[in-house]
Design a protein around this ligand. Structure first.
Ligand SMILES: O=C(O)c1ccccc1NCC(=O)[C@H](O)[C@H](O)COP(=O)(O)O
Length: 252
């Protein structure tokens, strides 16, 4: 199936732009900070393991958050985020590889590169500790998982269905993000994580992605087995450090 078949028009446009973007001019070799270890360490010291996302805008966001990405990163870490995610997609999310580079130079927590990577050479655009690979949008998932690992990245494979979860596991993913956002309709339903999480093996690091807005949402995803929560919009609206602190302190 063509990756853009049956998806929202915004996604078609995102994928068309991704296909136009080039790669890096040399193969990267990264000494990654461990994302699973950072999530486990947060849990050990009583924090909800939040991956705080620097997300200037998106197709489902009203307005933009154009603050200095380094200041946003510092606020997320001050609020207790275990790790960060930085959008590098420029056309629909207002991100940039340079923002990620600056953030990773500033913080000591692991940083996930959030983009729509379709081809191996696109891995070589910027160093990060982890890279997002979206199962639905990658033709050779196992090949890209291997290519990411060969460069030192930790691949986080995003899924939204049981079939994609099986594909991610067959491709050897050790970190799986279950996206509560349906990329065909762009709506969010937290029960997606609850339905898929029981089908993942114990040794996989499971990240609940999207639509986590309140302490109750965070607690719900943790009860359903999330080892980490990827949160963007709810942290970007208003006081970033205070928003992060609130979710990091949510009870199970
Ligand atoms: O967030 C969007 O509007 C969006 C639209 C189309 C494709 C992907 C999109 N988001 C990417 C993400 O994965 C989220 O930024 C991330 O999971 C955080 O979600 P949220 O906490 O709901 O901002």
């Amino acid at each position: 199936m063509n990756a853009s078949e049956g998806v929202a028009p915004a996604i078609e446009s995102i994928l068309a732009a991704a296909d136009e973007r080039g790669g890096g001019d040399r193969r990267l070799s990264v000494a990654a900070r461990s994302l699973p270890a950072a999530l486990a360490a947060a849990e050990e010291d009583g924090r909800v393991p939040v991956i705080g996302e620097i997300k200037p805008t998106s197709p489902t966001t009203d307005g933009r958050r154009d603050d200095d990405p380094v200041a946003l990163a510092e606020a997320l870490v001050d609020g207790g985020a275990a790790a960060l995610s930085v959008l590098t997609e420029p056309d629909h999310f207002g991100g940039s590889p340079d923002a990620l580079r600056q953030v990773r130079e500033t913080v000591s927590v692991p940083v996930l590169r959030k983009d729509f990577i379709r081809r191996e050479e696109q891995l070589d655009v910027v160093e990060a500790d982890a890279v997002l690979l979206i199962a639905q949008f990658v033709d050779d998932l196992a090949g890209l998982v291997t290519a990411a690992r060969e460069r030192g990245f930790q691949p986080l494979v995003e899924v939204h269905s049981r079939a994609e979860l099986d594909d991610a596991l067959s491709a050897g993913a050790g970190i799986v993000g279950i996206n509560n956002r349906d990329l065909a309709r762009l709506d969010v339903d937290l029960s997606t994580f609850e339905e898929l999480a029981p089908h993942a093996p114990e040794d996989v690091t499971l990240v609940a992605e999207s639509g986590i807005a309140s302490e109750e949402d965070a607690a719900r995803m943790r009860r359903a087995g999330a080892d980490g929560l990827l949160v963007g919009s709810a942290l970007m609206a208003g006081d970033v450090a205070a928003n992060t602190e609130r979710l990091v302190g949510a009870e199970r």
